[in-house]
Design a protein around this ligand. Structure first.
Ligand code: BGC
Length: 628
């Protein structure tokens, strides 16, 4: 009886330890002399030393990436050994300032270091056009504008500046650059990509990766292994080729839909930019929320493990996108098993970390996921953390970096280079010295929020001029100088309407949108903007239309009435870069990074430039007039 009782106690204790995962506490804390803590050792030696000390629960914790708002108690970060946290767009600290960010991220980092092995978290943000969740950051043009510059050196510098702003707030990981290839302007994410040309996306993507990751001042032999900020190539693979009406999210029309593409097309068009950016040293790759064939990308072992990790030799972290693993049909347990076996290393859960970690731990215990698969993922994650120096250095706050004058000057330059001149009747542009009276109208003329687009402070962007930057109107006034009369009316109604201005400048376009929220049946100007342009025409000798948009807009015959048209994309916080070119201080040099359709019937336009109805687009890819 006594023996049975004793055995029952032992069995009960084992079950308790297994299910509560309290067994970690039974494992000794490593000493300060542990090899993995020694910065003089190679990254690989440190990874192996740390890996062999880890329990299964600690390993699975490392594979867990959660939205910071999901943490029920800060103590859960060390308790679960959480590997990474992210701020989903708009998940900002209450004090949304560079200091506020630094304090928030440092707090989470310190919490992670309280775990038994002291493994720091990765902290990820969508710094897709600057470190733009942060009020005060430099907001660069969205990627489509950078595509219009075609300038890899400029893109490198922008990524570098963004990386400095990221680092200054204690963040280590950016979910950029975007290598999608939008074929259909109805897609709400068109502007996040450099364009639809795989060669352009590969060249600019590789430059962006280097700008984020390269460490400048090498001091010792191990420095070549170091990484400044971890980049993310997204979204692997086939994004931009989804068919209208196939979205899996019921609120969307095309985003997260089905990519209808042969494997040959996937390989010849969509894969090359990833290959180039992987070769440039990208530290992570995010798997898309789309479907290929009838399978979600996060479940595609062939594409993730065989092609990306195998053929491309990618040795960084494969991370799933927001809730992407659970979009694989079946139970959460089953979906996690499929995704991890497909090759996902870090799962952007992003909410319920307790059930996720329990599921994966029991999947390993049951043999549904092998220990070798887990170890492969954890090696990749730890390698990134060592390379980033997270074990060795504590970040320091530098108030002078975020939104610095130097970075804003660079952004202004980028805006100028990104402008594409589509029409210039009678060479109205650049504006001549005899232009003494200008009228400005349009919804986007005096709105830094609108000209910055989404992924700016909030996921869906913001409205107005309440954060640092220069609106296009302010830029025009600044460059025009005091001897030019500049009048402004958003709706184009001016008091003295019997008098003609020398030139009317209409700054019109889309209101911010992100992801599927921006899917539109026919992207075009609003009736309000069209009316403002018309009114401006009545009171100006010539009219220049500046389009602020995340994609080509269907403009129809209205174009015939406008003397000059400029595609300015989503320029960001430095609106004066537009005025620099209008007034001829800099030339128009930008070209279209994707074809501009004349009508919706033409889309999607295939990678080799064919429209659906066989007619020519309004402007082909790489069109752009110059004023050099
Ligand atoms: C987007 C990703 C983004 C992630 C994290 C997802 O909805 O598809 O591009 O990196 O959210 O914010």
């Amino acid at each position: 009886m006594g023996l049975i009782f004793f055995l029952l106690i032992i069995a009960g204790l084992s079950v308790y330890i297994f299910f509560t995962n309290k067994k970690d506490v039974l494992v000794d804390m490593p000493s300060q002399n542990a090899l993995y803590k020694n910065p003089k050792k190679t990254v690989d030696a440190r990874v192996e030393d740390l890996l062999k000390r880890m329990t299964l629960k600690e390993k699975v914790g490392q594979m867990t990436l959660i939205e910071k708002k999901s943490i029920s108690e800060e103590g859960d970060i060390p308790l679960y050994g959480i590997g990474g946290l992210l701020s989903g767009a708009g998940a900002n600290p209450e004090n949304n300032s560079p200091e506020g960010w630094f304090e928030m991220v440092s707090g989470f980092t310190e919490a992670s270091k309280q775990s038994r092995l002291g493994i720091p978290i990765l902290y990820g943000v969508d710094a897709v056009h600057g470190h733009t969740n942060v009020v005060g950051a430099t907001i660069f043009p969205h990627a489509i504008g950078l595509g219009a510059t075609g300038n890899a050196d400029l893109v490198y510098k922008i990524a570098r500046a963004t990386a400095r702003e990221i680092k200054a707030t204690g963040v280590s990981w950016s979910f950029s650059p975007n290598l999608d290839l939008p074929q259909d302007i109805r897609w709400g994410r068109t502007y996040e990509a450099f364009g639809d040309d795989p060669v352009l996306a590969g060249t600019l993507g590789a430059a962006y990766v280097k700008g984020l990751e390269e460490v400048e001042d090498s001091k010792d032999k191990n420095d070549e292994e170091k990484v400044f900020i971890l980049s993310t190539l997204k979204h692997y693979i086939g994004l931009g080729g989804m068919r209208w009406g196939t979205a899996t999210n019921p609120e969307y029309r095309i985003d997260q839909g089905v990519t209808e593409s042969s494997e040959e097309l996937l390989r010849s068009v969509y894969l090359p930019p990833f290959r180039e950016a992987v070769e440039a040293g990208a530290g992570s790759v995010m798997i898309g929320l789309n479907t290929w064939g009838d399978t979600k990308l996060a479940a595609q072992r062939y594409l993730v493990t065989d092609v990306l990790k195998g053929e491309l030799g990618f040795d960084g972290i494969v991370v799933s996108d927001w809730y992407g693993v659970y979009e694989i049909p079946g139970s959460e347990y089953g979906a996690s098993v499929i995704a991890i076996n497909a090759g996902i290393d870090m799962v952007m859960v992003p909410f319920e970390y307790k059930s996720f970690t329990n599921n994966v731990i029991s999947a390993v215990s049951r043999g549904d996921i092998s220990m070798a698969r887990i170890d492969d993922s954890v090696r990749r994650i730890l390698r990134a953390k060592f390379r980033l120096g997270l074990f060795d250095e504590s970040p320091t706050f530098d108030a002078s970096v975020v939104g610095s004058k130097e970075h804003r000057t660079l952004a202004r330059e980028a805006v100028s280079e990104s402008l594409v001149l589509l029409k210039n009747e009678a060479e109205v542009l650049p504006l001549r010295d005899d232009v003494k009276h200008i009228r400005v109208a349009g919804s986007a003329a005096d709105n830094i929020g609108q000209q910055s687009g989404a992924w700016t402070i909030e996921w869906q962007g913001v409205d107005g001029n309440w954060f640092p930057g220069t609106s296009i109107l302010t830029g025009i006034k600044e460059i025009a100088g005091s001897d030019v009369r500049v009048e402004y009316s958003s709706d184009g109604v001016f008091e003295n309407d019997l008098e003609y201005a020398d030139v009317g400048i209409a700054v019109v376009g889309e209101s911010p949108y992100a992801e599927g929220v921006g899917d539109r049946e026919s992207p075009k100007l609003s009736a309000v903007d069209l009316a403002a342009i018309e009114r401006l025409r009545w009171v100006s000798k010539k009219v220049v239309v500046i389009l602020i948009s995340g994609r080509p807009l269907i403009v129809g015959d209205a174009l015939l009435n406008w003397d000059a048209v400029v595609a300015a994309w989503l320029p960001g916080s430095e609106g004066a870069g537009v005025a620099d070119v209008l007034f001829g201080k800099k030339p128009f040099v930008g070209t279209l990074p994707l074809p501009w359709p004349a009508r919706v019937r033409q889309v999607p336009i295939t990678p080799d430039g064919r429209t659906q109805d066989g007619s020519n687009p309004l402007f082909p890819r790489y069109f752009g007039l110059t004023t050099d």
